[in-house]
Design a protein around this ligand. Structure first.
Ligand SMILES: Cc1cc2nc3c(=O)[nH]c(=O)nc-3n(C[C@H](O)[C@H](O)[C@H](O)COP(=O)(O)O)c2cc1C
Length: 183
């Protein structure tokens, strides 16, 4: 799939077919995640992966934002110890951004491999941490639920580009080319 097409057509998928995700496909998702950029290339992430239906049910019970029956869940976690050791006091903030970047890579890779996936923030971090046996310094930041999509997902809207773009300074709506054209 062409990159731009992949970016535009990725959707948050919340209804999954019963087909399991083969381990090699799951491996590729994680590989993609680890190739995300990170501040200073510190890579302060850890990924805890499960395809165990019982464990996924338990995760669902502490994740109000998790819908459907995902076949795979990846907890994308900040490794606080690594982040703080290598980046100092600001490390946690940078690491959270890094994990978000890795999560987006994972979502796009899932889409490219024909899977449907959804990032989930609505969960109880301490409960997820305990269910997955994470040590105290490994903090789940986002969960990704994935599976083969059961149905097509409608495309949500986006704010128009003009509303969110400023050229050179806040509030300047026209592009430099347009400015020059009238003079
Ligand atoms: C930080 C973050 C947290 C999110 N949390 C949830 C969640 O808890 N549950 C959920 O169903 N979707 C969640 N989503 C998915 C968004 O609802 C979704 O990205 C948005 O509606 C746009 O749809 P799209 O991804 O199909 O373009 C989250 C997305 C992000 C980036």
């Amino acid at each position: 799939m062409e990159l731009f097409e992949a970016i535009l057509s990725r959707r948050s998928v919340r209804r999954y077919a019963p087909d399991p995700i083969p381990p090699e496909v799951a491996g590729r998702l994680l590989e993609a995640a680890t190739w995300a950029p990170s501040g200073g290339n510190i890579q302060p992430w850890q990924f805890v992966v499960t395809s165990d239906p019982g464990q996924i049910e338990e995760l669902k019970s502490v994740s109000p934002g998790m819908f459907g029956r995902p076949r795979l869940v990846v907890a994308c976690c900040v490794d606080r110890r690594r982040a703080e050791e290598r980046s100092g006091p600001g490390g946690l903030h940078i690491a959270t951004l890094d994990v978000a970047m890795a999560t987006q890579n994972l979502l796009l890779a899932a889409h490219g491999l024909g899977l449907g996936a959804c990032a989930i923030l609505s969960f109880h971090p301490a409960a997820v941490q305990e269910l997955l046996g994470c040590p105290g310094w490994v903090v789940p930041t986002l969960l990704v639920a994935a599976g083969y999509p059961e149905a097509e997902t409608p495309r949500p809207s986006r704010r128009p580009l003009e509303e969110v773009t400023h050229h050179g300074a806040w509030g300047r709506r026209e592009t430099p080319g347009e400015r020059g054209a009238g003079s």
